[in-house]
Design a protein around this ligand. Structure first.
Ligand code: H91
Length: 674
């Protein structure tokens, strides 16, 4: 039998252990989705890569995986599991709900020295550890630092980390890497020490934290390289003498004159208010085995603790490693060290954990307030268009069609959104024997099947149609002023002219609102930037038309999706913008009419050479280079803030350089005069 048929395909394996939700970002050739580890109930980030797309970058992925297997530190994103198939690689990673540090900085414009210090100590801690393990990161930037649930930083993206030899430096010499953070010796093609180059990048990062922009920046790579090699930058007036000194010591063109990481650990600026050096040792060293986690796994697997320990110690980065590390993470956050128990064991002898998971699709997270909801809104993303594992429907189209129709008509079956409400005692232990056991097993199987079918239905729907038709038509435009901004959704379905009703004096964006998470939401401040925007790909990209999916013609299946939605979500789809809480990536407007805001943005996009597609209050934006390659993808969604009830714009970068994105969105939002 060919190997491929004997081994479960990567996608099947993934779905065996994880529930997979919406795309939360992308990086290079990877797509990142939110997921949940079924046995522990823990959220994870799933980095998905197609080997074919990776091409020559495949070795980089291998480098990243090997590095992450060797690194275990409180400020480094943890790798839990790697699933590889002949065509795909899935990396299961620690989930960081706070998103990128980059977004946090730009949401606050810049950070105070005190807050910068908190973050910078964590960066120094992570880097000292990385270097102590013999690695250099070589791609340090705020996009590669994520914020976890406790507001701590986690370093990601070890794809460029390696011993400083060979072609990896070349990547950073070209303009497509992260040249703004690259050390002078690196861009000059000199031999360099990785840790010294990392300190330079940390200096650039420190500057970005304290100032909200880059010390060396230019649209032209040649000019940018010249600025970096000269090492001259301006210190803005708000920097303290201590900050100016530290930056100067880190941004030394001669690497031998630059501070070393060990000097940073106890630098006076770093120690201020702490009076203690940075603690860089791992609080979770690789060799240590936690007995509580072993006990729980041993019970679950019906194995001895000894053999369970031996299995875990193999560190194969399979579901054993993932279960152990996720249990440990639960324990460290003070949650019960519990796995979902299944009363039965199947013949599949490889491992009970492995065997039991078939029925665990019925696991629900009713108690989890922020459990992701797989609704049509989440599925409409046309960035989620190429997941080979998703549509079981593609594998058995006939059967699925029958099932989906039946499900949609059958009001008794649980809807996907009811997933949140159905309580199938996930983390309770239950003794089930005899007939009860049989019945329960049957029920669980039924339940699991129904749930799976619902997932299939949603996923299939995602393929077939993106959104129910809005009250006004969707549109896809490129480089042309929207002829019909009349397409804006509004209360009575009457088309409006662009900007109509927005003739009132433009109110400046609200800056004083403090929300639950204590984030002061500030508008972008384009005036800080001296330079006007000159987007990559702004050339004649209008000539290029992308083939492929078109939003719309969605009527088929509309009713089914609507039926699956909760009343509030249904309302959201039809008439009103989404109501959201304040987040980092939200810009408040002073306006109260969401349609006006939407129209104002739509009117500006063509001027900025942004292609967009609008569905309801969401605008998916893209820019292209002259070769037809997408240089930037992001979404703007007009929403209503909960309190105060004002219109706001939720932004999400999907792809592209973070600072170019920042400038473009600043430009769009300020030109829209919202
Ligand atoms: N950038 C370099 O957008 C552009 C939430 C979110 C939450 C995450 C956990 C791990 C990773 C990303 C997460 C994430 C890439 C992760 C880890 C490694 C890695 C990659 C991603 C983006 C990709 C999406 C990210 C942020 C960085 C979100 N992301 N929202 N938890 O290599 Cl090691 Cl690519």
């Amino acid at each position: 039998m060919p190997v491929e048929r004997m081994e479960p395909r990567g996608a099947e394996k993934l779905h065996k252990y994880y529930e997979v939700y919406e795309t939360i970002g992308s990086g290079g050739f990877a797509k990142v989705k939110l997921g949940r580890h079924i046995l522990t109930g823990e959220k994870v980030a799933i980095k998905i890569m197609n080997k074919k797309d990776l091409g020559d970058d495949l070795p980089r992925v291998k480098v990243e995986i090997e590095a992450m297997k060797n690194l275990s530190h409180q400020h480094i994103c943890r790798l839990y599991q790697v699933i590889e198939s002949p065509t795909q690689i899935f990396m299961i990673l620690e989930y960081c709900p706070g998103g990128e540090l980059f977004d946090y900085i730009i949401a606050k414009d810049r950070l105070s020295e005190e807050e910068t210090r908190v973050f910078f100590r964590q960066i120094v801690s992570a880097m000292a550890y990385v270097h102590s393990q013999g690695y250099a990161h070589r791609d340090l930037k705020p996009e590669n630092l994520l914020i976890d649930g406790d507001h701590n930083l986690k370093l990601i993206d070890f794809g460029l980390c390696a011993k400083p030899k060979g072609g990896l430096g070349y990547e950073l010499m070209t303009c497509c890497g992260s040249p703004a953070y690259a050390a002078p010796e690196l861009i000059q093609g000199k031999a360099y020490i990785g840790s010294e180059a990392d300190v330079w990048s940390m200096g650039v990062l420190l500057f970005a934290l304290l100032c909200g922009y880059l010390p060396f920046d230019d649209d032209s790579c040649v000019v940018l390289y010249r600025k970096i090699t000269r090492g001259k930058y301006d210190n803005p007036a708000w920097l303290s003498p201590g900050s100016i000194l530290l930056l100067n010591q880190m941004l030394q063109v001669d690497p031998k004159l630059r501070l070393a990481v060990h000097q940073l650990l106890e630098h006076p600026w770093v120690m201020k208010d702490y009076n203690s050096p940075v603690e860089w040792h791992s609080r979770q060293p690789l060799g240590h085995i936690d007995e509580d986690c072993i006990t729980e796994m041993a019970v679950n697997m019906k194995r001895s603790r000894e053999s369970t320990t031996a299995l875990v110690k193999e560190w194969r980065y399979d579901h054993i490693t993932a279960t152990y590390l996720l249990l440990l993470s639960k324990k460290q956050r003070g949650k019960p060290v519990r796995l979902r128990m299944e009363p039965h064991v199947t013949e599949e002898a490889v491992s009970p954990l492995h065997a039991q998971l078939e029925v665990k699709k019925s696991l629900h997270f009713a108690d989890d307030e922020d459990a992701p909801i797989l609704g049509a809104l989440d599925l409409c993303s046309d960035y989620i268009d190429d997941c080979p594992w998703v549509p079981v429907s593609r594998q058995t189209p006939q059967g699925v069609r029958e099932k989906t129709e039946r499900i949609a008509d059958d009001k008794r079956l649980p809807s996907p959104l009811k997933k949140r409400c159905i309580r199938s005692p996930p983390f309770e232990r239950h003794q089930v024997t005899g007939q009860h056991h049989q019945e329960k097993r049957h029920k669980e199987h039924q339940h699991a099947k129904e749930n799976r079918e619902n997932v299939v239905l949603q996923e299939k729907n995602a393929d077939t149609f993106a959104l129910p038709p809005p009250r006004t038509p969707s549109s896809t435009k490129k480089n042309t002023r929207p002829k019909n901004v009349l397409t804006t959704p509004n209360q009575n379905g009457t088309p409006k002219a662009a900007g109509s009703g927005s003739k009132e004096p433009v109110k400046r964006k609200v800056a004083e609102s403090k929300e639950s998470n204590n984030i002061e939401i500030l508008p972008f401040s384009p005036e800080r930037r001296s330079r006007s925007l000159d987007m990559a790909g702004s050339g004649d990209s209008g000539k290029k038309r992308r083939g492929g999916r078109v939003f719309g013609s969605l009527e088929r299946g509309l009713d089914k999706v609507i039926t699956m939605l909760t009343p509030s979500k249904r309302r959201a789809l039809r008439d009103n913008p989404r109501k959201i809480k304040a987040q980092y990536n939200v810009t408040l407007t002073g306006q109260t009419n969401p349609d006006d805001v939407l129209n104002q943005i739509l009117a500006v996009l063509p001027e900025k050479n942004v292609q967009y597609s609008q569905k309801g209050y969401t605008i998916k934006c893209r820019t292209w280079d002259d070769f037809g390659k997408v240089t930037m993808a992001f979404e703007l969604e007009v929403c209503l803030l909960h309190k105060p009830e004002v219109v706001c714009v939720h932004r999400q970068r999907i792809k592209g350089d973070a600072w170019v994105y920042k400038r473009l969105v600043e430009d769009i939002l300020s030109t829209s005069s919202i």
